[in-house]
Design a binder for this molecule. Structure first.
Ligand code: SME
Length: 164
């Protein structure tokens, strides 16, 4: 089934994410396939959030983060837990907001256009499944409100899917 999504005009980030997350739930409704829902979520993020150059997932496979469904330029395919922003969020099992990636020790540069980044862990009943990663060409694009809104997006995605 296809869905129309509507542009979001919000006065604040919490309002923005409330609207985004309602649309995410509507888009995923009725589909339980994990890969399908990962792919659709990455596309919806890229379509709806301003100032992104990359949006997608790394999935934990054999103790390493492996590139999953995403939108953007080709990216590094494997990241060790503990390495870069993604590996740090995975190791800590916490969201990481980086206002300037050039100041983050060990940042893994996949797209030279990226200047800021947010990574949110995918936690399913306390088990780490991977991370959601968003990159922006704009410095300081993300803050704690983005992380909270995207953590809710991750929870919606996980609840909507049968985890493979
Ligand atoms: N910058 C990330 C790597 C993934 S790409 O941005 C798509 C990192 O440091 O983990």
């Amino acid at each position: 089934m296809s869905h129309a999504v509507t542009a979001i005009h919000a006065a604040s980030k919490p309002e923005f994410y409330a609207s985004f997350n309602r649309q995410l739930e509507a888009v995923l409704h009725g589909e339980r396939d994990w890969v399908c829902n990962l792919a659709q979520t990455s596309a919806l993020l890229m379509q709806m959030l301003p100032d992104l150059n990359w949006a997608g997932f790394y999935l934990l496979r054999g103790g390493e983060l492996v590139l999953g469904p995403f939108q953007g330029r080709i990216a590094c395919m494997r990241i060790k837990v503990g390495a870069g922003v993604c590996g740090t969020a995975a190791a800590k099992q916490q969201s990481v907001v980086v206002s300037n990636v050039h100041d983050f020790p060990g940042h893994i540069a996949c797209d030279s256009a990226s200047n800021s980044e947010v990574v949110v862990p995918l936690l399913h009943h306390g088990r780490l499944l991977g991370v959601l990663d968003l990159d922006s060409p704009r410095l300081n694009r993300f803050d704690a409100e983005d992380a909270r809104g995207l953590e809710r997006s991750a929870a919606i995605l996980l609840a909507a899917s049968d985890i493979a």
